[in-house]
Design a binder for this molecule. Structure first.
Ligand code: SF4
Length: 377
């Protein structure tokens, strides 16, 4: 398949790996920002093929994982209202809120529907004028333009029974928060290509300069990741900290001007809590005042019913790269994809789910590093 197979070429992968092995002279810790990158790394065993001196730390870039518990609880409260049709992407339905999830609301009689686009939810609203249709608009910069466009479309079509529960998050403030933590070990970032295909790369040079870290924008195929690691390691070994675009087939430096324009119109920057991490200033988007009539929180006036995370769940530490998923005592025992305690075990982009699906870890030194274990799947 074009644009996939050529980025999974084993001979090229071997050459990139040889380059990394030949370049590294001391330990380096790189963080891949996005959960899609994490899944590719774990699925293909890329971290196990790198020199022991190169550690990949898994970052917080999974939108399902970082959606705050209080927002999940608000979604549960809105979805349970008799007049509401609650529409969401499928992976949000099993994310545990305080005491239950959207599947449970559905089995209790709530009208919860899986959709594949926010426009599907708008279409339901047009066909169901006697109901309030709410779309759960979560995600990073990648999904925000489609949600902004849908709100635009709702106004243009005069659809008044549609609203959105918005919980968008932004990558650059998260990088700033990670680098500002006293526990931070990250020395370089592999930035998420799909985010940059919308936003461009203009937000990153200031971060690279301020924190002295290389930032390499990568795609998601094995060669994309390996090329990103190779470039980051070369910069680190030379003492450089620049922004490099290793994903030019999808990322124009200036991003997508049409998407940026609609984002600037519909959303405004806000402080946003990240699940398991806490509030990061300026790290979210919410609907701007001119679009507030489509804001589900405003329309339904819900408040979270006293949110509470399971004590055993260490997903906040996983999302900040402080521990690997298998270092959580609940991993694979009380917490599995069928019985998730935290969102990082639910989402298809969650680090805990990636380790569970693609890697079986025993005990001893291999489990401590995750390096020598045998990948499966
Ligand atoms: S393994 Fe489960 S309980 Fe542990 S951090 Fe991951 S999601 Fe939370």
């Amino acid at each position: 398949m074009k644009y996939l197979e050529e980025f999974q070429d084993p001979a090229l992968a071997r050459r990139l790996l040889e380059d990394v092995h030949a370049t590294v002279t001391r330990p380096w810790a790189l963080m891949e920002v996005c959960g899609g990158q994490t899944h590719s790394i774990i699925r293909h065993g890329i971290d196990q093929l790198l020199p022991d001196a190169v550690e990949l730390i898994h970052g917080p870039g999974c939108p399902v994982c970082v959606t705050p518990l209080e927002t999940i609880d608000k979604a549960l409260a809105i979805a349970a209202l008799p007049e509401v049709v609650f529409c969401s992407f499928g992976d949000m339905l099993r994310v545990p809120g305080t005491g239950r999830d959207l599947f449970r609301v559905k089995s209790d009689g709530g009208d919860v529907r899986v959709v594949y686009s926010p426009l599907d939810a708008l279409d339901i609203a047009r066909r169901t004028p006697d109901k309030q249709v709410v779309f759960f608009g979560i995600g990073f910069e990648t999904t925000a333009p489609a949600n902004a466009m849908t709100v635009h479309q709702a106004r243009r079509l005069g659809v008044r029974n549609f609203s959105m529960l918005v919980s968008h998050v932004r990558v650059p403030p998260a990088i700033e928060a990670i680098m500002s933590s006293p526990h931070c070990r990250v020395q370089a970032f592999l930035a998420a290509g799909h985010v940059c295909s919308v936003m461009g790369t203009a937000e990153y040079p200031a971060l690279a300069e301020r924190f002295g870290v290389p930032v390499v924008v990568t795609g998601f195929e094995p060669l994309d990741i390996l090329e990103g690691v190779r470039r980051a390691v070369h910069q680190l070994e030379r003492g450089e900290h620049r922004v490099e675009n290793a994903y030019p087939r999808a990322v124009p430096e200036r991003g997508n001007p049409a998407a940026l324009a609609i984002l600037a119109d519909v959303f405004e920057v806000t402080d946003r809590p990240w699940r398991g991490i806490g509030t990061i200033p300026g790290s979210g988007w919410r609907l701007a005042p001119a679009w507030r009539e489509y804001d589900a929180e405003h329309r339904f006036g819900v408040t979270g019913p006293g949110t509470r995370e399971p004590e055993a769940c260490r997903s906040g530490e996983v999302l900040q790269g402080h521990i690997k998923p298998h270092e959580c005592a609940a991993f694979g025992t009380t917490c599995t994809p069928r019985t998730p305690l935290g969102a990082t075990m639910v989402s298809s982009e969650g680090a805990c789910a990636a380790y569970y699906l693609y890697r079986r870890l025993g005990t001893g030194p291999a489990a401590a590093t995750g390096k020598e274990a045998t990948p499966v799947g």
